[in-house]
Design a protein. Structure first.
Length: 228
């Protein structure tokens, strides 16, 4: 069973998600939080696999709650899926930097929501094309040099092989493993292996963080997404 924690300050929204998630044979809601502080506490108590996290909540917002969960080594297996009203949410970049595994728009179709929870529970990032475009725009608008954000990022990138860099560049564009495989004339299994090794070498939690790393490092630049 995939254990899900709901974090949203609107009881009606939590109730709707609970009914939907509990309707799936392999998903179950293990807790509900009305603010970010409760979300962090319940994440520690329940050890949920996935936290559906709203950004705008009282006491402690979803961004800070996400950061605390991601930085807690005892919660290494907990993934955060951000709930947002619009794909172009102003907090996309900050949430991914905080450790979120992806974004889910609140008016997502029920079947897509269940699929999204499963994807994130597997340790994969979930970024729609609209969110990816917003992320790229946010990173492009930041004037500070890469080393100021993460001094060790350049050193970690040196450890990547040329093929791993090619794969990373395409992942940063939002391509799936199957799409990367077609582009590079590789098998999907080989691509999956390259992605796994890249995650390990960069110390990334999932594909969502790979996108951030690719753009912050300059490996991929806005306007040239997907160019290996």
């Amino acid at each position: 069973m995939i254990r899900v924690l709901l974090a949203d300050d609107q009881a009606l929204i939590r109730a709707g998600f609970r009914v939907l998630i509990d309707s799936a044979d392999d998903l179950e809601v293990v807790g509900e939080a009305a603010d970010g502080e409760q979300a962090v506490r319940l994440a520690r108590e329940t050890r949920a696999d996935v936290v559906l996290m709203d950004i705008r909540m009282p006491v402690l917002d979803g961004l800070e709650a996400t950061r605390r969960i991601a930085e807690d080594e005892s919660l290494a297996g907990v993934r955060v899926l951000i709930l947002t009203t619009f794909e172009a949410d102003e907090f996309v970049y900050r949430a991914l930097r905080a450790g979120a595994s992806g974004f889910l728009v609140k008016d997502t179709e029920p079947a897509d929501l269940i699929a999204a929870v499963r994807v994130v529970a597997r340790g994969e990032g979930l970024l729609s094309p609209g969110v990816t475009r917003r992320l790229i725009a946010d990173i492009a608008a930041r004037p500070e040099p890469v080393d100021a954000r993460d001094p060790g990022l350049g050193q970690r990138l040196v450890a990547l092989t040329d093929r791993e860099r090619e794969v990373l560049a395409l992942v940063a564009r939002g391509l799936t493993n199957d799409e990367v495989a077609v582009r590079l004339f590789l098998s999907p299994l080989t691509v999956k292996t390259h992605v796994s090794r890249t995650l390990m070498k960069l110390g990334a939690r999932d594909r969502a963080q790979l996108v951030v790393f690719a753009y912050e490092s300059g490996l991929v630049t806005p306007g040239r997404a997907g160019q290996p």
